[in-house]
Design a protein around this ligand. Structure first.
Ligand code: ASP
Ligand code: MG
Length: 407
C-alpha cells in the first residue's frame, strides 16, 4: 500500500464529464489499495476568466483581492470532484488551501509555501477517505488568502507530497510525459521513461512547459519522486527522480529551445573596470532578466559586450541603453530580436567529452551559423537565427539518436 498524491490540471477537470473521469481514476487507485490525496486546478480557462473580470474593473487590481477572486476557481473543482467521488461510493472530503493550512508568506499572487499542517489530511486518510485539496492557494499568518503564481497547483501537489512523505507525486496533464523535444517540431521525439531533477529543471527553464519550475525545484529539494502522466491515455508517463549511479545515463536526454529571445550588443566600449556593471546595472534596475552574457577579449583598448533578454523586453532594453552607450563612449548599439536558443541537456555530459563539438559539427553541416554559446555542467546552449530553429533541433535530435531508447 502506497501513499500517492495525484494532481489534475485544468484540462483534466475542464467539464463535469472530465471530473467524472478523474473520479473514476482516483477510485481505481483506491481499489489498488493506495491512499490518495488529490490536488486539482481550476477548470480550464477559469483562472483567465477571473483575471479578465478583475481587469474590467481595474487594470491593476489590488493583489490581496485578486487572490480572493482567483482562489475561487479551485474551490469549485474540489467540491465537484468530492461530489463525484461520493456518488461513486468513495468517501472523500474537500479542503481549500486555508483549511488544510497551507501556510505561505504574504506575497500575494506569488506566495511561497512555508509550512503545511498535515494533521487533518492524515486523519482523513486514516479513516479511509480520499482527500481533495485545492491547488494554487494558501493562507498567510494573518489569515489572508494567497495564491502561488500561475501553474501553482503543481507546487501545491509536490509540497503536500513532501509534507506527507508520499511515495510518489503524480502530475496528470494533457501530455503523456516529458519528451526528448517538442513533438510538434520533431515528430520522432520520444517520451522519456525517466529524467533527473537537474535535467528537468534545465528543460523547464529552457522553455519546455510541462511543469511549473518551482514544483521541480521543490521535488528535488525534498526528494519527492515526481511522475508526469496523461489523464486521457494509459501509460507509465515520465518519472523525475535522482540519478541512480548504477544506471547507465544517456549522454543527452533532451533538446530544449526558446523562441522568445533577443540579443543586444554594445559595440566598442572602452575595456575598463565598471563596463559590465554600467551596462547591466540599469537593465537590472528595470527588472529585465538577462540570460546569456558574452564579453570579448579586447584586441585594442575596446571590447564588445553582448547579452540576451526576453523578446518582450527588447525595445525597453534598447531604449535604456541608448544613453548609457553614449555616456560610455561606445561605438555603436546594435540588436537582433529574430534569434532563438537551442540547448542540449543531459547529466551524461559530465562523463563524456566531445558533446559540445558534436553539437557544433551538426549545426555546421546544416550551414547554421552559431551566434552565441554558453555551457554548464549538463547543458550546451547556442543562439542561432530564428529561421534555423526547426532545422537545428531536428538535426541535433538525429545526430544524438534521441529517437532510440537507451538499452
Ligand atoms: N489555476 C491556476 C492557473 O491557471 C493554477 C494551476 O492551474 O496550476 O494558473
Ligand atoms: Mg495549470
Amino acid at each position: 500500500m502506497a501513499l500517492i498524491v495525484q494532481k489534475y490540471g485544468g484540462t483534466s477537470v475542464g467539464s463535469p464529464e472530465r471530473i467524472q473521469h478523474v473520479a473514476e481514476k482516483v477510485m481505481a487507485a483506491r481499489q489498488r489499495g493506495d491512499d490518495v490525496v488529490v490536488v486539482v486546478s481550476a477548470m480550464s480557462g477559469e483562472t483567465d476568466r477571473l483575471v479578465g473580470l478583475a481587469h474590467k474593473l481595474d487594470p491593476r487590481p489590488e493583489p490581496r483581492e485578486l487572490d480572493v477572486l482567483l482562489s475561487t476557481g479551485e474551490q469549485v473543482t474540489i467540491a465537484l470532484l468530492s461530489i463525484a467521488l461520493q456518488k461513486l461510493g468513495c468517501a472523500a472530503r474537500s479542503y481549500t488551501g486555508a483549511q488544510v493550512r497551507i501556510l505561505t508568506d504574504n506575497a500575494f499572487n506569488k506566495a511561497r509555501i512555508r509550512d503545511i499542517d498535515e494533521t487533518a489530511v492524515r486523519k482523513d486518510l486514516g479513516a479511509g477517505r480520499v482527500v481533495v485539496v485545492a491547488g494554487f492557494q494558501g493562507v498567510d499568518e494573518d489569515g489572508n488568502i494567497t495564491t502561488l503564481g500561475r501553474g501553482g497547483s503543481d507546487t501545491t501537489a509536490v509540497a503536500l507530497a513532501a509534507a506527507l512523505k508520499a511515495d510518489e507525486c503524480q502530475i496528470y496533464t494533457d501530455v503523456d510525459g516529458v519528451y526528448t523535444t517538442d513533438p510538434r517540431v520533431v515528430p520522432q521525439a520520444r517520451r522519456l521513461a525517466r529524467i533527473t531533477f537537474e535535467e528537468m529543471l534545465e528543460m523547464a527553464s529552457l522553455g519546455s512547459k510541462v511543469l511549473q519550475i518551482r514544483s521541480v525545484e521543490f521535488a528535488g529539494k525534498y526528494n519527492v519522486p515526481l511522475r508526469v502522466l496523461s489523464s486521457f491515455q494509459e501509460g507509465e508517463g515520465t518519472l523525475i527522480s535522482f540519478e541512480e549511479s548504477q544506471m547507465e545515463q544517456p549522454v543527452i536526454s533532451g533538446i530544449a529551445f526558446n523562441r522568445d529571445e533577443a540579443k543586444i550588443t554594445v559595440v566598442g566600449v572602452p575595456d575598463q573596470p565598471g563596463v559590465a556593471y554600467g551596462i547591466l546595472g540599469p537593465i537590472a534596475n528595470a527588472n529585465i532578466e538577462v540570460d546569456m552574457i558574452v564579453q570579448n577579449v579586447a584586441a585594442d583598448a575596446t571590447t564588445d559586450f553582448t547579452f540576451t533578454v526576453h523578446r518582450r523586453d527588447y525595445s525597453q532594453a534598447l531604449d535604456i541603453l541608448r544613453d548609457v552607450a553614449i555616456g560610455m563612449g561606445a561605438r555603436e548599439l546594435s540588436g537582433d530580436n529574430k534569434i532563438v536558443k537551442i540547448s542540449i541537456v543531459g547529466v551524461g555530459m559530465r562523463s563524456h567529452a566531445g558533446i559540445a563539438s558534436k553539437m557544433f559539427q551538426t549545426l555546421s553541416k546544416e550551414g547554421i551559423n552559431i551566434r552565441m554559446i554558453s555551457t554548464s555542467e549538463i547543458k550546451v546552449s547556442v543562439v542561432v537565427d530564428e529561421k534555423y530553429l526547426e532545422l537545428g533541433v531536428r538535426a541535433l535530435h538525429d545526430a544524438f539518436e534521441l529517437e532510440r531508447a537507451p538499452k
